[in-house]
Design a protein around this ligand. Structure first.
Ligand SMILES: Cc1cc2nc3c(=O)[nH]c(=O)nc-3n(C[C@H](O)[C@H](O)[C@H](O)COP(=O)(O)O)c2cc1C
Length: 198
């Protein structure tokens, strides 16, 4: 099946300031690798990064066709009335958003409706009919704090989908619950959503 016969789907990946953002190059590569499979659709991938997410990977490690957006993109695009508002345009563009990793800070902001950067403005203006996947990642001590389950429950009540964290030796050396789900698990979940549509 040639690419022109396939249906395009737009994936909006978002990364926050968790050490698991190290895996963003691998995640975006794995998502685009699905385009080589003989399925009836292919993915375009755009990536939103928070300022803290940028500490954990080099944008040169990303596949060349991934378009990256940060807070400065939003304000460079808007100068005058009539100019595009990036967080609205990205929400319209996307068929699915996945926040991987979702750190404790952005989780808390989302649960409270706070929207103070490109990522949280995009989620705050999200069309609730579209899937939004959450891949939490944090140290076990943060994960076990009682506020975490309250925030996750709030987001799930709104219809967002959790890809739960796993227990392993965390990048800080501690062992326990809170590591981001494996890239393979996240990719499989996304694929299953589009396979169902097809
Ligand atoms: C080296 C390092 C690793 C961090 N890893 C995590 C993490 O895995 N999960 C988390 O919730 N916060 C983590 N943090 C804290 C966040 O980076 C911090 O809360 C930051 O304000 C998040 O901003 P953002 O949500 O806008 O990306 C880490 C901080 C540092 C310095």
């Amino acid at each position: 099946m040639s690419r022109t016969e396939k249906r395009p789907y737009n994936l909006l990946v978002a990364a926050t300031g968790s050490v698991a953002a190290l895996k963003i190059p691998e995640l975006t590569r794995s998502l685009l690798a699905l385009n080589k499979e003989n399925q009836g659709y292919y993915f375009e991938v755009h990536l939103i990064v928070t300022e803290h997410a940028k500490h954990f990977f080099d944008s040169e490690e990303l596949p060349p066709n991934v378009v990256v957006y940060d807070d400065s993109t939003e304000w460079q695009a808007w100068k005058n009335r009539g100019d595009p508002v990036v967080h609205i345009e990205l929400g319209k563009w996307a068929d699915l958003m996945v926040i991987a990793p979702l750190d404790a800070n952005t989780l808390a902001k989302m649960a409270q409706g706070i929207c103070d950067n490109l990522l949280t403005c995009t989620t705050r203006a999200w069309d609730m009919k579209k899937p939004l996947l959450l891949c939490p990642a944090m140290n076990t001590r943060m994960w076990e704090h009682p506020i975490t389950s309250k925030h996750i429950a709030t987001l799930k009540e709104w219809g967002h989908i959790e890809v739960p964290p796993i227990s392993k030796t965390l990048m800080c050396g501690d062992k326990g619950m809170g590591a981001m789900a494996e890239v393979e698990t996240i990719v499989k979940k996304i694929k299953s959503i589009f396979d169902e549509k097809a």
